[in-house]
Write a protein that binds this ligand. Structure first.
Ligand SMILES: *Cc1c(COP(=O)(O)O)cnc(C)c1O
Length: 374
C-alpha cells in the first residue's frame, strides 16, 4: 500500500535515540531505563518503538496489560516485560508461556498468583500514597507474607509517585513522603533477609524533577517520546528532549465559501466574508479531539490555518483563505514542524483541556506509523 496516503505518523528514531542518551546522562550510573511502551507506545507504535529501543541496548520494558506484553513478544522483543496492571487468573498460564513479569497488586492477588501452582516472575507494587494499585506501605506484615509465597519469583519492588510533576510545597512534601515510605519498605525487606530484587519508583517527572534518586530502574514514558505533559510544565533536570512523533494528513478538497454560509455538522461556523476552505482527511476517529472544533490550527506550507466547524469522525475543515497555492493532496501537519512553525502535542492538549499523554495515546489505528531515517 502507498504510505502517507491519507493520514500518518512519522517517527524520528534519531530523536528517540537522542532522548535515551539524554536520560542515561541524567540518571545515576546504576539506574537503567525501563521505557513505558503501554498504549501502543503512547500512540507511536509499540512494536516499532520496542524494537528500536532494544536495538539501542535497552532490555527492560513496562506495559499496562497482558495483551500489550504478548504483542511485544510476538514482535520479537526478548528483554524483560513488566505488566503494570491486572491480569486475570484465567490468563496466568500466558505469563510463563511468554516469559512475562507480572505486577503483584496486593497480598490477595499474590495468593491468587501463588495458587496457580507454577513459578511466576513478579514485581511487587507498594502503595506509598497514590492509592491505586499496591499493598499499602504500612502493611509490613502483609508485605512479608507476599515474600514468603513459594511460587513467586520476586525480582522487583516498586511504587508510583503522584505529585512529582508539581512544584508547590505540598507537592514536594508529598513526593518526599512517598520516597521515605518506599525507602523504609526496602530497608525493612533487607532487614527481614529478603534480597535479590530490583527497585523502581520514578516515571518521567520523577526523573525530571528528582534526578538524584538512586533506584535500579526508571519507568519513563512520555518524556522518552520527547514530549512534556503540558507546555507550561517546569522541570528541574536539564534535559534536551526532542519530539519523536509528527502527525500528518492531506488536503482532500478546496472550495470557496460565500459570506453568510455555514459549514459542517450543526453549522457551527459561519463565513463572515468570502473565504477559501479546505477539507483535511483526518478526524476524531484518528485521535484528533473533537474538542478542537473551531479551536486550534494546523500547518500547511509552513503557515497556520485555523480549524473551523465541527471536527468529523474522518475529516476536518480549515480556513485556507491565506494559503495561496493550496490544492488537493497537499500535506497538512497536525503535530510537528513545518517551515519555521511548530505545533506540539502539548499545545493541542492545552486547546483540548488535557495532557499530551492522552492526545498521543489516543492516536488511532488507521494511522500508518512510518519510521523516518535521518
Ligand atoms: C504510565 C506509567 C509510567 C510512565 O509514566 P510517564 O509519566 O509517562 O513517564 C510509569 N509507571 C507506571 C506505574 C505507569 O502507570
Amino acid at each position: 500500500m502507498y504510505q502517507r496516503g491519507r493520514a500518518w505518523i512519522e517517527l524520528n528514531l534519531s530523536h528517540l535515540a537522542h532522548n535515551v542518551k539524554e536520560f542515561q546522562k541524567i540518571l545515576p550510573e546504576k539506574c537503567s531505563l525501563m521505557p513505558a511502551i503501554k498504549a501502543n507506545a503512547y500512540g507511536h507504535g509499540a512494536a516499532l518503538i520496542g524494537r528500536s529501543l532494544e536495538n539501542m541496548g535497552i532490555s527492560d520494558f513496562c506495559v499496562a496489560s497482558l495483551g500489550e506484553a504478548i504483542e511485544l513478544r510476538n514482535a520479537g522483543i526478548t528483554g524483560q516485560i513488566l505488566i503494570l496492571g491486572y491480569t486475570s487468573p484465567r490468563q496466568f498460564s500466558e505469563l510463563s508461556r511468554y516469559r512475562l513479569t507480572q505486577t503483584v497488586i496486593d497480598l490477595s492477588y499474590a495468593r491468587q498468583l501463588n495458587d496457580f501452582g507454577e513459578p511466576v516472575c513478579v514485581h511487587v507494587s507498594i502503595d506509598t500514597g497514590m492509592h491505586r494499585l499496591g499493598e499499602r506501605s504500612e502493611n509490613t506484615e502483609q508485605i512479608c507474607q507476599i515474600w514468603k509465597l513459594k511460587n513467586l519469583r520476586i525480582t522487583g519492588v516498586f511504587s508510583h509517585l503522584c505529585t512529582a510533576d508539581g512544584h508547590s510545597a505540598a507537592d514536594h512534601w508529598f513526593t518526599l513522603e512517598q520516597i521515605n515510605r518506599f525507602n523504609a519498605n526496602i530497608d525493612f525487606l533487607h532487614k527481614q533477609g529478603f534480597s535479590g530484587f530490583k527497585t523502581h519508583l520514578q516515571s518521567s517527572y520523577g526523573v525530571l524533577n528528582y534526578p538524584d534518586l538512586n533506584y535500579d530502574y526508571a519507568r519513563i514514558g512520555i518524556a522518552l517520546y520527547g514530549v512534556l505533559s503540558s507546555s507550561t510544565d517546569n522541570i528541574t533536570a536539564e534535559a534536551d528532549l526532542k519530539p519523536v512523533l509528527s502527525l500528518k494528513s492531506r488536503i482532500e478538497c478546496v472550495k470557496e465559501l460565500h459570506a453568510g454560509e455555514s459549514i459542517g455538522y450543526g453549522l457551527t461556523f459561519t463565513a463572515p466574508k468570502e473565504m477559501k476552505i479546505a477539507a483535511v482527511s483526518i478526524g476524531y476517529a484518528d485521535g484528533i479531539p473533537r474538542e478542537l472544533s473551531n479551536k486550534g490550527h494546523v500547518l500547511v506550507h509552513g503557515k497556520k490555518a485555523a480549524i473551523i466547524g465541527r471536527i468529523c469522525m474522518d475529516q476536518l475543515l480549515i480556513d485556507a483563505s491565506k494559503l495561496s497555492h493550496v490544492s488537493s493532496g497537499d500535506e497538512v501537519v497536525l503535530i510537528g514542524s513545518c517551515g519555521g512553525e511548530m505545533l506540539s502535542a502539548a499545545k493541542i492538549a492545552e486547546y483540548s483541556n488535557t495532557i499530551s499523554n492522552e492526545i498521543l495515546s489516543r492516536l488511532g489505528n488507521r494511522l500508518e506509523r512510518i519510521p523516518i531515517e535521518i
